[in-house]
Design a protein around this ligand. Structure first.
Ligand SMILES: CC(C)(COP(=O)(O)OP(=O)(O)OC[C@H]1O[C@@H](n2cnc3c(N)ncnc32)[C@H](O)[C@@H]1OP(=O)(O)O)[C@@H](O)C(=O)NCCC(=O)NCCS
Length: 156
């Protein structure tokens, strides 16, 4: 997958970004191309991720998605590293709890939901309320974890 290029998004990527985030069933709010980097295989966008800014100045690593046939080839990791390059913490994220270990390898650490900035904390509470209904219906633990990155450099 060395031929897959990680680059800043352009206006031409906007529709593809929306479609990918929708297909991955991720939060569809605030998907603006200037905040994204994409993975590009010969002109085809196969992955994306963003630093989503909030009105209070906080930032969330969000909308990370790689199309299924390109998954588990390191592309998601390259997108995360590119998004964190030259950034200072804190950067927050919310993810399915099974992905905590994945994000730990980039330096994110799990935190209490109430330690999130206000808007994200509200979304986290609402998300987990829905998840508790889903857990009850599916009889498996579904939970959204909150994580924070303080600027520790990801391991190579
Ligand atoms: C999560 C996602 C972005 C990872 O991208 P990727 O390019 O496949 O990831 P990488 O190749 O960098 O890393 C692969 C590792 O991710 C971890 N991983 C991927 N999906 C996982 C999942 N659903 N649960 C737990 N770990 C997962 C595994 O540790 C995997 O390592 P392995 O192949 O040795 O088991 C991708 O699977 C995806 O698009 N998923 C659907 C959308 C989504 O859930 N996004 C996350 C939003 S918080």
């Amino acid at each position: 997958m060395d031929n897959v290029l990680i680059r800043k998004a352009t206006p031409a990527d906007q529709l593809t970004i929306r479609a990918m985030v929708r297909a991955a069933r991720l939060n569809p709010i605030n998907l603006r191309w200037p905040n994204f980097v994409v993975a590009d295989d010969g002109g085809h966008v196969v992955g994306a991720g963003q630093l989503r800014p909030y009105g209070d100045g906080s930032r969330e690593l969000a909308s990370l998605a790689v199309i299924p046939i390109y998954q588990r080839l390191g592309i998601g990791g390259r997108i995360v590293r590119q998004l964190l390059a030259d950034q200072r913490g804190p950067i927050y994220l919310m993810c399915e709890h099974t992905l905590e270990g994945y994000y730990e390898r980039f330096g994110f650490r799990a935190i209490e939901g109430r330690a999130l900035p206000k808007t994200m904390a509200r979304m986290h509470r609402m998300g987990n309320l829905l998840m508790s209904v889903g857990s009850w219906l599916s009889r498996q633990e579904l939970r959204i974890s909150a994580m924070r990155w303080e600027g520790d450099k990801p391991s190579p």
